[in-house]
Design a protein around this ligand. Structure first.
Ligand SMILES: Nc1ncnc2c1ncn2[C@@H]1O[C@H](COP(=O)(O)OP(=O)(O)OP(=O)(O)O)[C@@H](O)[C@H]1O
Length: 342
């Protein structure tokens, strides 16, 4: 059974497209990253999967339960953790109070362990928390009942670099424990470190679903060559050369002439062609390394779907019967209670 399965899942807010015809599956035990630029539909997808808003079309299951069936989702949420993009809590409550509240609702299997890694000032009122402290509290609350499936929306936002690193390592250990992790991000390096597979969403539509390794393979190699000779940019105008620069941060203008220089480019062509070409130079140094995932990502982003304009916001929230439940703790044992409206 897939941990998450969607079938042409669609959510419109009135006329505004949130997501459209999104179909994919996340297998149990997988760490899956969902990438997309601002406003592409990442949050919409997560909130629809959690049953916080009804789809306009298509369907989805989480741990085999229909996301539109409120009863099934209450059942499923015992095994699901959720970290919203910007956790919103009752500002007058202390972190400790919220921890106890969540523990009483859903169980506390591991808050001590989590608090060793992520340490918000529990004795203080949340109103005085920094963004990073709120995020750490959100992480502890999302994981404390030891869910089998965890959904996280931009999980490292607000964390300092040390905590971000700690979080990446923590997700690795959760993976080793067989947990299923679904996270949205637009930080590619982070996704590259954590995820086995990624979905790329653009203007509400899934434009790619691929193993990170395969994507990187397709992204080509980053090449930097230092030569004693002069380099004409035109000389490197052969198939597979992209984003060519000559000199230190030099220009790519055709015909630009510089002496004893470094040429850098991304290469997706035939290696023999490249190596043959380089024999024509007095090569002083050469580096060939994996192109960053950013490169692939930007190539996908270069092509806008024809109807992208429809993705513009109209302010119409148009939620279904299970719509947004608003801020702060409620009596309902659902994760939505920690989140604000968006
Ligand atoms: N409650 C809402 N009412 C109206 N439109 C909405 C609502 N929530 C999202 N949208 C619209 O749906 C589209 C997708 O937004 P969404 O928040 O899902 O994107 P995102 O990928 O999470 O963006 P970000 O990276 O900025 O968080 C956007 O056009 C957005 O304006």
């Amino acid at each position: 059974m897939a941990a998450i399965q969607t079938d042409e899942l669609t959510k419109y807010y009135g006329e505004t497209r949130g997501i459209e015809d999104v179909s994919f599956a996340v297998e149990e035990g997988e760490v899956f990253g969902f990438l997309g630029p601002n406003g592409s539909g990442k949050t919409t997808l997560i909130r629809t999967l959690l049953g916080f808003q009804s789809p306009t079309g298509g369907g989805a299951t989480m741990l085999g339960r229909d996301v539109t069936d409120e009863r099934e989702m209450i059942e499923a949420r015992r095994e699901i953790g959720y970290l919203p993009a910007e956790p919103v809590f009752d500002e007058n409550a202390t972190g400790r109070r919220l921890l106890e509240y969540y523990g009483a609702l859903r169980g506390d299997e591991r808050s001590d362990e989590l608090l060793d890694m992520f340490d918000p000032p529990l004795q203080r009122k949340i109103g005085g928390y920094s963004r990073g402290n709120k995020q750490m509290l959100g992480i502890v609350l999302a994981f404390m009942h030891d869910p089998n499936l965890i959904l996280m929306d931009e999980p490292t936002s607000g964390l300092d670099p040390l905590k971000q690193e700690r979080f990446v390592e923590f997700v690795g250990r959760e993976h080793d424990r067989g947990k299923t992790v679904f996270l949205s991000s637009h930080i590619l390096g982070e996704v590259q470190k954590m995820c086995e597979r990624v979905g790329i969403i653009r203007a509400g539509r899934l434009v790619e679903l691929e193993n990170v390794e395969t994507l990187l393979g397709r992204s080509g190699k980053f090449v930097r060559v230092r030569v004693a000779d002069e380099i004409r940019v035109d000389d490197f105008a052969f198939p597979g050369v992209h984003d060519l620069t000559v000199g230190s941060g030099g220009t790519t203008d055709a015909g630009d002439r510089r002496g004893g220089e470094t040429v850098t480019f991304t290469f997706t062509g035939e290696y023999n062609v490249l190596l043959d070409h380089l024999t024509g130079y007095d090569v002083l140094d050469v580096e060939i390394e994996e192109a960053p995932l950013e490169e692939v990502f930007m190539r996908f982003y270069g092509e806008a779907p024809p109807d992208e304009a429809r993705g513009e916001p109209t302010g119409d929230s148009g939620d279904g019967p299970t719509g947004d439940s608003g801020d702060g703790p409620t009596d309902e044992p659902v994760d939505e209670q920690v989140e604000g409206g968006g």
